[in-house]
Design a protein around this ligand. Structure first.
Ligand code: CUA
Length: 158
């Protein structure tokens, strides 16, 4: 087959642009690792309920760590466990959360806490509750028919 010189040039240019484009996508996907930023640790989502700390959701006092309490949440369509938890005012809390099934969100309204919970990963965030009152925990990732029902409550008390 005979090709005109210009056709050849354009063909080479086109393929070159495509290669650069695909390489860019590949490299950025590789760097991001397709992992949520707040997730450092992995876990088998099928055995979440049997593993520490997720075998005991709720608030736990801890010693010898950079935080005073660990607040453990397990998300599952369409609820958080615990649904309601009390936290002492001024407590430095490490929120540790994961999901048993699909991707859920974990946003605490009125705070900086906004994590994505992905199956297989543990999401963590350290915060201090300096204002008493009720905080609403909402799922902000669409997770199915009951998504809008999925919420929990953190009560910060004096
Ligand atoms: Cu869980 Cu939306």
């Amino acid at each position: 087959m005979h090709m005109h010189k210009f056709e050849k040039i354009w063909l080479i240019f086109g393929i070159g642009a495509l290669v650069v484009f695909l390489a860019t996508i590949g490299i950025s996907a590789f760097y991001l690792g397709n992992k949520p930023a707040s997730c450092l640790t992995t876990i088998d989502p099928n055995t979440v309920g049997q593993k520490e700390p997720f075998n005991a959701p709720g608030l736990h006092k801890v010693e010898g760590k950079d935080w005073d309490y660990e607040l453990v949440f397990v998300a599952q369509a369409f609820a958080f466990n615990p649904m309601e938890v009390k936290v002492p005012l001024g407590a430095k809390v490490r929120v540790i959360a994961t999901t048993k099934d699909v991707v859920h969100g974990f946003e605490v309204a009125g705070t900086n806490i906004n994590m994505m919970l992905e199956p297989g990963y543990i999401s963590e965030y350290t915060t201090t509750f300096n204002k008493s009152g009720e905080y609403l925990v909402v799922c902000n990732e669409y997770c199915g028919a009951g998504h809008h029902l999925m919420s929990a409550k953190i009560e910060v008390e004096k």
